[in-house]
Each structure stands twice: as C-alpha cells, then as structure tokens.
Design a protein around this ligand. Structure first.
Ligand code: COA
Length: 168
C-alpha cells in the first residue's frame, strides 16, 4: 500500500468521550460483530473509565481517535484481554471506527502507532480477536503483519472467532 496514511491523534478517553463513543457507534454496521445492537451509554462510561485505569497502570489503553479537525472518530489501542475465554493473560489490540470514517486508513494508522507505543513499553507480543466474518478487521490484521492462529467459538454469539498474533 503506497497511499499516505491519514493523520490521526490518540488520547486517553475522557469522561465526555463516553458520550461520543455512544453516539458514533450507534450504527448497525458498526455493531454487526458486537451483537448487532447499540450498547447503552453506561457500557461506554465503564469502558472509558477502565481505559483511564489501564493508562495509569500500564501506560497504554484503548485510545480515543481524533481526525485532523479534532472530531472523535472511534477508538484504537491495546488492553489486557478482558474476558474469561480466549487469549487470557495476553495484550489485545482493538479498534472500532464510526461508519462515516471507514475506508480512509484511520485504523491502520492508529494501530501502527499503537504497536510502536507497545514496543516502547516493552510488551513482547499482541493478539487480536476477530469474528471470522469481519473481513474489514481481518484486512487490518493483514496490514499490521499479524498471523492467524487459533480459531475459537465466541461463547455468547456462538460464531467462530479467530485469534491473530504478532510478536513485537
Ligand atoms: C474494522 C474497522 C475498524 C475497519 O475500518 P477500515 O476503514 O476498513 O480500516 P482502516 O482504517 O484500516 O482503512 C482501510 C481502508 O482505507 C483504505 N485506505 C486509504 N488509504 C489507506 C492507507 N494509506 N493505508 C491503508 N488503507 C488505506 C483502504 O483501501 C481500506 O478501504 P477499502 O477496504 O474500502 O479498500 C471498521 O470496519 C469497524 O469499526 N467495524 C466495526 C466492527 C468492529 O468494531 N470490528 C472490530 C472487532 S475486532
């Protein structure tokens, strides 16, 4: 890919970012691989608060992404795998982008910046869990040089989820 990556800014999610995430992710395309329905505001309040704790404890988290004008467009970053199934004990990289901003390379740019920050923090490897039908996320893992590893069944969605891995 020879196209220039877009400028994207990353910041630790603020209290207000919970409202922005709630608003921009309220879209069936965005939620297709997260149960299909918009999540409550309280989900994003808990998620953003948890990211502030990760930042304080580890120096990285799922960061709020802002485009050139300062508009919040989604999140990308890393956190300890948060569930009781799957790659427990690993650091996962994750992303979610408002529908209006797909197709411009924002998540690839933010994920590459995330990998640099994780290397600087001494994290040895990362995983990404991707639903097998989520072709856009699979394309992101490919652009990052991640390798497909084990396939698991998502316990509540009961669909295959693929674990991608990358040594840093
Ligand atoms: C997964 C998701 C983040 C991918 O978004 P995306 O815009 O396709 O990904 P990127 O930001 O990396 O951009 C890649 C796109 O920008 C284009 N692009 C433009 N310039 C580019 C550049 N310099 N580098 C890379 N891609 C570029 C690519 O061609 C590609 O578009 P295309 O597939 O239409 O050809 C988005 O679809 C999403 O949020 N989905 C919701 C579901 C979800 O959250 N999944 C994650 C669960 S793990």
């Amino acid at each position: 890919m020879n196209r220039a990556l877009p400028d994207v800014r990353l910041r630790v999610p603020s209290d207000e970012d919970a409202f922005a995430w709630h608003r921009i992710f309220d879209d069936p395309d965005v939620m297709k691989f997260h149960g299909g329905r918009a999540a409550e505001l309280s989900v994003y309040e808990e998620l953003t608060a948890r990211q502030r704790r990760h930042d304080a404890e580890r120096g990285f988290c799922l960061w709020t992404m802002l485009e050139e004008s300062g508009e919040v467009i989604g999140f990308t970053g890393a956190q300890p795998w948060p569930r009781e199934w799957g790659p427990e004990g690993e650091i996962e990289i994750g992303w979610r982008l408002g529908r209006a901003h797909w197709g411009k390379g924002y998540v690839t740019a933010a994920a590459l910046a995330t990998l640099e920050r994780l290397r600087a923090a001494g994290v040895p490897r990362v995983v990404a869990m991707v639903m097998s039908a989520d072709e856009r996320s699979i394309a992101v893992t490919r652009r990052l040089g991640m390798e497909p590893a084990e396939v698991l069944t998502h316990p509540t969605l009961e669909e295959p989820a693929h674990c991608y891995r990358l040594d840093l």
